[in-house]
Design a protein around this ligand. Structure first.
Ligand code: ZN
Length: 342
């Protein structure tokens, strides 16, 4: 198969022929049709954060069809359309049973991130229990971006406990934020989006945000937009000191701050403000296997607009990564991993 190999941190990926993966008895091989790329891939490329053993195949947002299955796999047949859930965990694990797989500290791997090759390739081998069927009517590229962006956004909106009529601030409208704006709207919230460029703010409005502004305008504009009260909830999908400061300025007494994005930044917040305003600080990481299926179901029901704004062939993966790094990608850039095939 053709695959894009990470052979050295800080160097371009190498697209070349490698041996096809051999499924074990409980594994399936998926023919990959689409694979999303995002900021985590840039961190991997730079050797910042996760440092998998090399050579490694990145790609943690993939979709495709069943190519072949191991001898003990009963559920899937060739041609079935699937997405893999990224967190590889043993079914005996308590975090598996409580459907909070992403909190397990003892993961066998995270597809395309560490311990398990991902979808920047024509074929992907995963344990069969990782797979979720793609509902009818969803294109591979759109299904793929649910594996991380859609899943993370749905989980964050759940953690936010948004109720109809509430106002939610969403800081950062990239892939996760584009889904978060839409899921928050579905939850009945009025959404205010925060982004740097007018192009992104315009996109946020198209996705359902009632208003959009730059981070510098939060302190001045949020009181006007909320009758002086502040927002019920702020979702921080950026995770810098500045974005957290924006959340703290924006939330009303009793408000919730959901922290989804993170960077090396640390935050400081007044203990008095936290206590006396009964603020809630809520972390959110990715989501569960169930939430992946639920996010796909919302899209299948026609309630979510596509966030895929760019595509590139697998062979052009380095150009695609450079385009993402340049900040020119509006939503998600998705690799077409089948384009070179006859
Ligand atoms: Zn990601």
């Amino acid at each position: 198969m053709k695959a894009a190999l990470l052979k050295a941190f800080g160097a371009p990926l190498v697209v070349e022929e490698v041996a096809d993966p051999e499924p074990g008895p409980d594994d399936v091989v998926v023919r990959v049709f689409a694979s999303g790329i995002d900021g985590t891939d840039l961190k991997l490329l730079d050797g910042f954060g996760y440092t998998p053993e090399l050579p490694f195949i990145m790609g943690h947002e993939s979709a495709g069809t069943i190519e072949s299955a191991g001898s003990r796999v009963k559920r899937w047949k060739p041609g079935d359309r699937v997405v893999p859930y990224n967190f590889v965990i043993e079914p005996e694990d308590p975090w598996y049973r409580t459907e909070r797989e992403q909190l397990c500290q003892n993961l066998a791997g995270i597809l395309g991130v560490r311990g398990a090759n991902g979808g920047y390739a024509e074929l992907l081998c995963v344990p069969a229990r990782q797979l979720i069927p793609i509902p009818h009517g969803i294109a591979f590229a759109d299904a793929a971006v649910h594996c991380d962006a859609g899943l993370t956004a749905l989980h964050a909106v759940r953690r936010a406990r948004l109720a109809p009529g509430e106002t939610a601030l969403v800081i950062g409208v990239g892939g996760v934020g584009a889904f978060a704006v839409q899921f928050a709207c579905i939850a009945g919230a009025r959404v205010i989006a925060v982004e740097k460029t007018e192009a992104k703010r315009d996109w946020a409005r198209q996705l359902g945000a009632a208003a959009a502004m730059s981070g510098a305008d939060i302190a001045r504009t949020i009181p006007d937009l909320t009758g002086g009260r502040g927002v019920d909830c702020a979702l921080d999908i950026v995770g810098t000191r500045d974005s957290m400061q924006g959340c703290i300025e924006a939330v009303m007494p009793g408000g919730r701050i959901v922290i989804v994005g993170y960077t090396p930044d640390w935050f400081s917040i007044s203990g008095k403000k936290l206590a006396q305003n009964e603020l809630e600080m809520i972390g959110a990481r990715a989501g569960s296997r169930q939430e992946l299926a639920q996010a796909l179901a919302l899209t299948a029901a026609g309630r979510v607009r596509s966030i895929v704004t760019d595509t590139a062939a697998l062979a052009d993966v380095n150009d695609a990564l450079a385009r993402l790094r340049s900040g020119l990608v509006l939503g998600r850039l998705v690799l077409d991993c089948a384009s070179g095939r006859a």
